[in-house]
Design a protein around this ligand. Structure first.
Ligand code: 13P
Ligand code: SF4
Length: 354
């Protein structure tokens, strides 16, 4: 635990973990911020949840719990603290509020969005339900609360296959990530279609013509702006340069990329895979900070990094803004109660699956 470390102890800890790549001047500065955050966290009876994509100095200094979306949702549901500071993106902080409505949930930056979450609206989901009546809706947690409220059950990258299988239904609406849906369809042996959007107002409505007679899975064309950028060629190039590299991909990558990789799984599953295997080197096809975080915690593991692909939203969250968040009790995440109650049901159903 880092919560009781003095400035010097925090600096030594970060120096040991990150000293190969981060200059002293920055480590000193960040250690001071981290100690202030940890003091304030105690005074205000707050808990800090940190997603696996947080930058290394933050990731290794202030969160009480780190993890993937699923693990952090579980922690948010369980905490007895008054304040949850969510070092992650907005949809994650909203999920914490949905699960812990009596807590004050803070996000350090109001700009930490997500291209998947903004790819679909509640009205889009209602329209899909009208077109495919009676078909259960599975929604990736990378969505906002009003979309979750229209949903039968949520899933994360860590449990998507299990959630779809738990429904025992021949047809499923799976939104909004096209690639996650395609990856799940492949694993569950389902046939997937992507119906075209409804015709614009005034134009002839021919959308039903494009719906094939047989579809096990109905998807949506949302994409993660980070994971969609990785290609099979990236994997081939990396393997040519490092023939012994083990490639891990997040299921938000295309099915071609996940098929070409050695392993595909959630951010937590990727971390576990690296920790539990002993390859000469690893390449993670996901937000680059995760490679830094794993390398810092496992100095014996060699991580190859492709850092030109970054998540601008996750990188909004800094130690400076986390401190301000606690000092000024900002930015408070609210979810209207009528939406929260409905969204809660779909998140809770997912958590009950285990
Ligand atoms: P995980 O649930 O695997 O942590 O993924 C969250 C995310 O946003 C991936 O881009
Ligand atoms: Fe959203 Fe992609 Fe960033 Fe994850 S990596 S928060 S899915 S934009």
């Amino acid at each position: 635990m880092t919560v009781n470390l003095s400035g010097d102890e925090m600096y030594q800890k970060l120096k040991t973990m990150l000293g190969d790549s981060v200059p002293d001047v920055e480590l000193r500065y960040k250690s001071t911020l981290a100690v202030e955050i940890n003091q304030l966290k105690k005074e205000k009876n707050a808990v800090i949840l940190g997603h696996n994509y947080m930058e290394p100095a933050l990731y290794h200094s202030v969160p009480d719990f780190t993890g993937d979306s699923l693990e952090l949702s579980r922690m948010a549901a369980r905490t007895d603290k008054d304040i949850i500071v969510f070092c992650g993106v907005r949809f994650m902080a909203e999920t914490a509020k949905i699960l812990s409505p009596t807590k004050t949930v803070l996000i350090p930056s109001p700009r930490a969005g997500c291209s998947l979450a903004s790819s679909i609206t509640a009205a889009d989901v209602r329209a899909l339900k009208q077109r495919f009546p009676g078909v259960p809706v599975v929604t990736y947690v990378n969505t906002y609360a009003d979309v979750k409220a229209e949903t039968d059950i949520c899933c994360t990258s860590g449990n998507a296959v299990k959630v779809v299988e738990s429904l025992g239904s021949t047809s499923v609406i799976f939104i909004p990530d096209e690639y996650l849906a395609r990856n799940v369809a492949r694993e569950t042996g389902k046939h997937i279609i992507f119906p075209t959007p409804k015709a614009p107002r005034g134009a002839p409505d021919t959308d039903l013509d494009v719906v094939p007679l047989h579809a096990d899975m109905i998807g949506w064309r949302g994409r993660c702006e980070v994971h969609e950028k990785y290609t099979v060629q990236d994997i081939l190039d990396a393997r040519e340069q490092y023939p012994d590299v083990v490639v891990l991909a997040h299921p938000e990558c295309s099915p071609e990329v996940t098929a070409a990789a050695d392993f595909a799984g959630s951010t937590a599953a990727m971390i576990r895979y690296v920790e539990q295997t002993s390859a000469p080197r690893y390449l993670l096809l996901t937000e680059c900070s995760m490679g830094d975080n794993i390398a810092a915690a496992n100095p014996d593991k060699e991580m190859v990094r492709m850092c030109s692909v970054r998540c601008p939203h996750m990188n909004e969250i800094t130690l400076q803004d986390t401190l301000k968040s606690l000092q000024l009790t900002r930015y408070v995440v609210e979810v209207p109660e009528e939406i929260r109650v409905k969204a809660y049901r779909s998140v809770e159903r997912m958590l009950a699956i285990g």
